[in-house]
Design a protein around this ligand. Structure first.
Ligand SMILES: [Zn+2]
Length: 311
């Protein structure tokens, strides 16, 4: 039975208090949970996401970043950048979002589950070691991958980021490390502007960053083609002990923030392939929620993904 991590603190982080009309709303999670509750949670085991300790957060982030977020929350909240705001409750939400990804990695590597999802907010893949940005405070997937390496016995972790935006934060956390392979499929040009195919990692990490930009208008043929022709053989060579997916759903054709053309069923098709990639490597598969801003499409696509990975 797969595992689902969530936490009510995800509903308390609302950037609209400082940025009216902000697309990352608590209603995203409310809608996901209502749809899952209607479907009896698809039979998944539910667990509350623990709060990540400061030590976990500092596995990839600077103490300065943690202090900046804490101080801004304690001061009543405010802007971190023009797209990113915190309210007093945001530190708590971010610690549980990171902790959900960490608990997911722990449960998977302990052999308690083969598949799972952490569905918390705020998302994390834009958060760099020393900088929160792009709706993201802490790098949830990156923290979980670092913890998997440091404390949970994994030797090689594969992160596939299929959010439509480049996972610059995750990349920055592991750019010079071969023990976490970061593969990102994303639209280019698009925020944050990084993620060219020529970015391949540095030093000992050279070749362990794989960027697969696609042009606006790309649909299922392009995205599935990259999974089959690049991600699957790369994963087979790498032989990971754990596969984590930065699962954003903003490459959906209905999403207002980007111009890709995936359908709801395209996410199920990607998820089925990624499940097969993990299974072939003998590795468990953990999904961590990132973006997705057209709420009905987000809900449908996430549920289709959950059903596909549980097959
Ligand atoms: Zn995104």
């Amino acid at each position: 039975m797969p595992i689902l991590l969530s936490h009510p603190a995800s509903l308390e982080h609302d950037p609209r208090r400082f940025i009216p009309g902000h697309p990352d709303t608590p209603e995203r999670i409310v809608a996901i949970e209502a749809a899952l509750a209607e479907r009896d949670w698809l039979g998944w085991e539910r667990r509350q996401a623990p709060a990540a300790s400061e030590g976990w957060v500092e596995a990839v982030h600077s103490e300065r970043l943690l202090r900046e977020v804490r101080q801004l929350c304690e001061a009543g909240g405010g802007l971190i950048d023009p797209d990113t705001a915190v309210v007093p409750e945001s530190l708590r939400a971010a610690r549980h979002a990171a902790g959900g990804a960490c608990e997911l990695a722990r449960a998977l590597l302990a052999g308690e589950h083969e598949v799972g999802l952490s569905a918390c907010r705020p998302s994390g893949h834009h958060a760099e070691p020393d900088r929160a940005m792009g709706f993201c405070l802490f790098g949830n997937v990156a923290i979980a991958a670092a913890l998997a390496r440091r404390e949970l016995g994994a030797e090689r972790v594969l992160i596939l980021d299929w959010d439509v935006h480049h996972g610059n934060g995750t990349e920055a956390c592991f750019v010079n490390r071969p023990d976490v392979l970061v593969v990102s499929i994303h639209q280019m040009p698009l925020y944050p502007g990084t993620g060219a195919a020529s970015e391949r990692g540095t030093g000992a990490g050279e070749g362990f960053t794989v960027n697969l930009p696609v042009p606006p208008g790309s649909g299922e043929a392009e995205w599935l083609g990259l999974i089959d022709e690049v991600v699957a053989p790369t994963a087979e060579r790498y032989d990971p002990d754990l596969v984590l997916v930065s699962a954003g759903f903003d490459a959906h054709r209905a999403d207002p923030l980007a111009g890709c053309e995936l359908e709801t069923a395209s996410f199920a098709a990607m998820a089925r392939r990624v499940r097969a990639i993990a299974r072939d490597a003998g590795a468990p598969l953990g999904l961590v929620l990132e973006g997705g801003y057209h709420v009905p499409s987000l809900v449908e696509s996430l549920i289709a993904t959950m059903e596909a990975v549980a097959e």
